[in-house]
Write a protein that binds this ligand. Structure first.
Ligand SMILES: [Zn+2]
Length: 235
């Protein structure tokens, strides 16, 4: 499987400690998960994905996991008190002392306000909020155009990065397939639901003058540079 690594200039490597929380907002498929992981690795801080944390709690059969499991299995959203409790506990861990990167949290204005309080209690500065902005039509193409090789797992996009022979992998001739989750009828409602749920949150941070926007339609390296530039200059 081809994985892109993000190239950092020597200057960016000596960025120093993060010492704050970073919040990544953006629709599924905008690349924020990849960026959050890379940023966390660059600064040696934890990458806190609320989805991953819930799944870990379920796998480890913690009291929190036992509570969340039936809710997630029904496909329902895990209620705020449970998620907030999980985040609060996670922030107590020593590895969060020099900052962290939130991915998929907060999702609502109420969660954002709770997070501000929580960070204050933990002696953090205000979080830096990075919004992954991308044209919805472009995002839809990015997701619905994705095809994966059945043999080697290589990722293609029939619009932006097509194979030389349609339906066949360039490397091994393997058959390319679309994941069920990437089908238009699955993706389009998911994106609409995301927009509806998070638009108030984006507006909230914007009104406070705290929303930093990156152009998420650019390639991985370029988006990474935009993120680092925001962190360099954010108060
Ligand atoms: Zn292949």
């Amino acid at each position: 499987m081809k994985t892109k690594t993000i190239g950092l200039t020597p200057d960016q490597k000596s960025a120093g400690p993060l010492d704050r929380a970073v919040v990544f907002l953006g629709p599924p498929g905008a690349g924020k998960g990849t960026q959050a992981k890379e940023l966390a690795r660059t600064f040696g801080v934890p990458h806190l994905s609320s989805g991953d944390m819930l799944r870990e709690n379920i796998a480890e059969n913690t009291p929190l996991g036992r509570e969340a499991k039936p809710i997630m299995e029904r496909g329902d959203l895990v209620p705020d008190p449970l998620v907030l409790h999980m985040i609060a506990r996670r922030l107590d861990a020593p590895d969060c002392a020099h900052g962290c990167v939130f991915d998929g949290f907060p999702r609502t204005v109420a969660q954002a306000q709770y997070l501000e309080e929580l960070l204050k209690q933990h002696g953090y500065k205000r979080p830096v909020v990075v919004h992954f902005a991308i044209d919805p039509a472009r995002l839809l193409r990015r997701l619905t155009g994705r095809r994966m090789c059945k043999v080697g797992g290589e990722i293609y996009n029939i619009y932006d990065h097509p194979p030389r022979v349609p339906g066949r992998c360039d490397n091994d001739g393997g058959e390319l397939e679309q994941r069920p989750d990437d089908r238009q009828e699955i993706v389009a409602p998911r994106l609409q639901a995301y927009e509806k749920q998070t638009a108030p949150l984006v507006n909230y941070y914007r009104r406070l003058g705290r929303l930093h926007q990156v152009d998420a339609s650019r390639d991985v390296q370029d988006v990474s540079r935009q993120v680092l530039e925001i962190l360099r200059t954010a108060r």
